[in-house]
Write a protein that binds this ligand. Structure first.
Ligand code: PRP
Ligand code: URA
Length: 212
């Protein structure tokens, strides 16, 4: 795959260890859900390196000092339903005050085109750093649509976080939205004829919610 300056592939051994567990078809719903959340925390740690900050004064037991803290009200997390929901708590563990919006999209199983069914976003989202989250970046259609919806609402600082990506999806999002920074924990081989990522982990939504 071509190198894109807005694509960051984390490829960390700790995440690889966790990925090996969730790729396993015998991993149960509880463990799958827990690990999706843990990986989300780890990706968030890296992808928010440039989080907006502000200076505050803190009085230590010895003196007053100027310190840096995360800027208040600066972040929104937007999971793509359903599977993106599984990543939210892991990110909120780092940013407990972040606002959360929801975009509902499902892939038409024949055309693989995303269909929108829900959108509820926090007031003032256009002034925040918006992190779109979805564990799977397959054709890239869902992520592209979600980003397009956010841009229509005036958002200008958008990032995307995925756990497993296919080269096809990375290319599509990176080229359609070159202004969006994309963070993925691993890049898999390709898509199969049904648009599933290989080797992948199967249907993330079904495995998070135990629906199959
Ligand atoms: C999955 C996944 C992504 C999308 C990725 O959702 O969670 O949203 O497919 O595929 P794409 O990159 O080809 O668009 P799905 O449509 O299965 O809905 P669900 O999360 O409700 O199961
Ligand atoms: N959505 C999933 O949940 N898994 C894939 O492999 C592709 C899209």
């Amino acid at each position: 795959m071509k190198n894109y300056s807005n694509v960051h592939i984390l490829d960390h051994p700790l995440i690889r260890h966790k990925l090996a567990i969730i790729r396993d078809k015998n991993t149960n719903t509880k463990q799958f859900r827990e690990i999706i959340s843990e990986i989300a925390t780890l990706i968030a740690y890296e992808s928010f390196k440039d989080v907006p900050t502000q200076e505050v004064e803190v009085e230590t037991p010895l003196e007053v000092t100027k310190q840096i803290v995360v800027k208040e009200n600066s972040i929104a997390i937007v999971p793509i339903l359903r599977a993106g929901l599984g990543m939210v708590d892991g990110i909120l563990s780092l940013f407990p005050a972040a606002k959360v919006g929801h975009i509902g999209l499902y892939r038409n199983e024949e055309t693989l085109e995303p269909q929108e069914y829900y959108c509820k976003l926090p007031v003032g989202i256009d002034e925040k750093v918006v992190m779109v989250v979805d564990p799977m970046l397959a054709t890239g259609g869902s992520a592209c649509d979600a980003i397009k919806m956010l841009k229509k609402k005036g958002c200008t600082q958008i990032k995307l976080m995925s756990i497993i990506a296919a080269p096809e999806g990375v290319k599509k999002v990176a080229e359609t939205h070159p202004d969006v920074e994309i963070y993925v924990s691993t890049l898999d081989r390709c898509l199969n004829e049904n648009g599933y990522i290989l080797p992948g982990l199967g249907d993330a939504g079904d495995r998070i919610f135990g629906t199959k």
